[in-house]
Design a protein around this ligand. Structure first.
Ligand code: ADP
Length: 375
C-alpha cells in the first residue's frame, strides 16, 4: 500500500506532541503540597466541598490488579500544563466541537441525563490530516468536561514502554476509572491497532494491543450493564471513562478495532473562513500592516494548508521584519522594527508549503465518506 512506513512518518508530525508520553492535564493542584488530584465526579453530589484524592491515597488503595510501579509511572509522568485549551482557541471545526460536546462534555457534566438510550459512546475517533487540531480538540474536551485527562502516544507504548506496556495499560485504565470521569486520549492510535500486524508483528506489540482491547471492552460492558439497570447509576458513575483517539492514518486501523469506535469524526483541512479566523488570531499577536484585502488574499494563498501549516507560515513571516536587519536588530528599539506585511507572507510561502498534497487529501475524503462523520 502506498502509505508505507516512510510516508506514514511524513504524515506524523511529532514536533508538537507533549514532551511526556503520559500527561494528565490540569488535574494536579499545584498549590497543594500533597499533590492532590481532583476527582470531579465527586463534586456533583450535593457536597459543596470537592473531595480531593491524594496521589498517596490512590497509590495506597490501588484497585486490584494494578501494578504499583506502573501506577507510579503514570503519576510521575503527569504534566501540569498551565495553558488550558478552550473551544474558542480552536478555529472552525464547529461540527466536531458540537459532536464532542454531545458525546463527552454534556454526559460527563450531567451523567443523570445521559442514561438509557442516551448512554454515551465509550470510544470516539478523530481522524484527518496531521496538524488539523485533533490534539487541541482532545485537550479542550478535557478542559470543558472537567475530567481527568490521560494523554498517551500509542507509538511510545509500543516502543519506549515495550515490556512494561501491558502493566501500564492495565494501570492506565484502572486509574482512569478511579479518577473518573476520565478521558484516555491515545494519539497515533494506528500504531497500536493496525492490521499490518499479522505477518511478523512483534509478539509484545500484539500483547499490548490485546490488553488494550480487553480493558476497553470491560468499559463497554460496564456501560451496557448500567443501561440495563439505571439504578446502578450512582455506583457506576465512577466508571465514566471515554477512549478518545486520534490518527493521521485511519486506514491502518484494523476493521474490528475500527468498529469499536462508535463515533468517527473527520477533522478536515480548514475551510477559507476557518483559515481567516486563525490568521486573524495569529496576526493579533504581532505588529502588522495587513489590510482586510491582504488577509483575504492570504486566505486564498493558503488553500490546502492545515492549521499547523498556517501557524508555521505566520511564525516564519513574523521573522521577516527582523531578517533584513541582521545584527543591527540588537541595537534597535521595538518601535523601530517595521510591522510585518503581506510581502513577508509571500516570501515565507516559497518555503512553507502544505504538508498534505491533493492525492493524500483524496484518501482522507474517501475514508471519511465510507467510515466517518463529516465535520
Ligand atoms: P493534530 O493533532 O491534528 O495533528 P494539533 O491539534 O496538534 O494537530 O495542532 C497542531 C497545531 O496547529 C496547534 O498547536 C495549533 O497551533 C495549530 N492548529 C491546528 N488546527 C487549528 C485550529 N483549528 N485552530 C487553531 N490552531 C490550529
Amino acid at each position: 500500500y502506498k502509505y508505507d512506513a516512510e510516508r506514514g512518518d511524513r504524515y506524523r508530525d511529532d514536533t508538537r506532541r507533549p514532551s511526556s508520553e503520559f500527561a494528565t492535564l490540569r488535574q494536579v493542584d499545584s498549590r497543594s503540597s500533597e499533590e492532590a488530584v481532583e476527582s470531579p465526579a465527586r463534586e456533583t453530589k450535593n457536597d459543596k466541598t470537592p473531595k480531593k484524592m491524594t496521589k498517596t491515597a490512590i497509590l495506597k488503595n490501588l484497585p486490584p490488579g494494578i501494578d504499583e510501579s506502573a501506577a507510579k509511572q503514570i503519576f510521575n509522568d503527569i504534566v501540569v500544563q498551565g495553558d488550558e485549551v478552550h473551544w474558542s482557541d480552536i478555529a472552525g471545526l464547529e461540527v466536531a466541537k458540537n459532536s464532542l460536546r454531545e458525546t463527552v462534555v454534556y454526559p460527563f457534566l450531567r451523567p443523570d441525563l445521559f442514561m438509557g438510550l442516551r448512554e454515551p459512546a465509550r470510544g470516539m475517533l478523530l481522524f484527518g490530516p496531521p496538524g488539523t487540531g485533533k490534539t487541541m480538540l482532545a485537550r479542550a474536551v478535557a478542559t470543558e468536561s472537567k475530567s481527568t485527562f490521560f494523554s498517551i502516544s500509542a507509538s511510545s507504548l509500543t516502543s519506549k514502554y515495550l515490556g512494561e506496556s501491558e502493566k501500564l495499560v492495565r494501570a492506565l485504565f484502572g486509574l482512569a476509572k478511579a479518577l473518573a470521569p476520565s478521558i484516555i486520549f491515545v494519539d497515533e492510535i494506528d500504531s497500536l491497532l493496525s492490521h499490518r500486524s499479522d505477518a511478523g508483528e512483534h509478539e509484545a506489540t500484539r500483547r499490548i494491543k490485546t490488553e488494550f482491547l480487553i480493558q476497553w471492552s470491560e468499559l463497554q460492558r460496564a456501560a451496557a450493564g448500567r443501561e440495563a439497570d439505571s439504578k446502578l447509576n450512582s455506583r457506576n458513575e465512577a466508571q465514566r471513562v471515554l477512549v478518545l483517539a486520534a490518527t493521521n492514518l485511519p486506514w491502518a486501523i484494523d476493521e474490528a478495532a475500527r468498529r469499536r469506535f462508535v463515533r468517527r469524526q473527520y477533522i478536515p483541512l480548514p475551510e477559507p473562513k476557518t483559515r481567516e479566523t486563525q490568521l486573524r488570531t495569529l496576526l493579533r499577536q504581532q505588529n502588522h500592516s495587513l489590510s482586510d484585502e491582504d488577509v483575504e488574499k492570504l486566505v486564498q494563498l493558503t488553500n490546502g494548508f492545515s492549521g499547523s501549516d498556517i501557524t508555521a507560515l505566520a511564525k516564519d513571516a513574523a521573522m521577516g521584519p527582523l531578517r533584513s536587519l541582521g545584527e543591527a536588530l540588537l541595537y534597535m528599539t521595538k518601535e523601530q522594527i517595521r510591522p510585518m506585511d503581506l510581502s513577508d507572507f509571500e516570501l515565507s510561502l516559497k518555503s512553507i508549503r502544505p504538508s498534505v498534497d491533493q492525492e493524500g487529501l483524496r484518501e482522507y475524503e474517501e475514508w471519511a465518506e465510507k467510515f466517518g462523520e463529516r465535520g
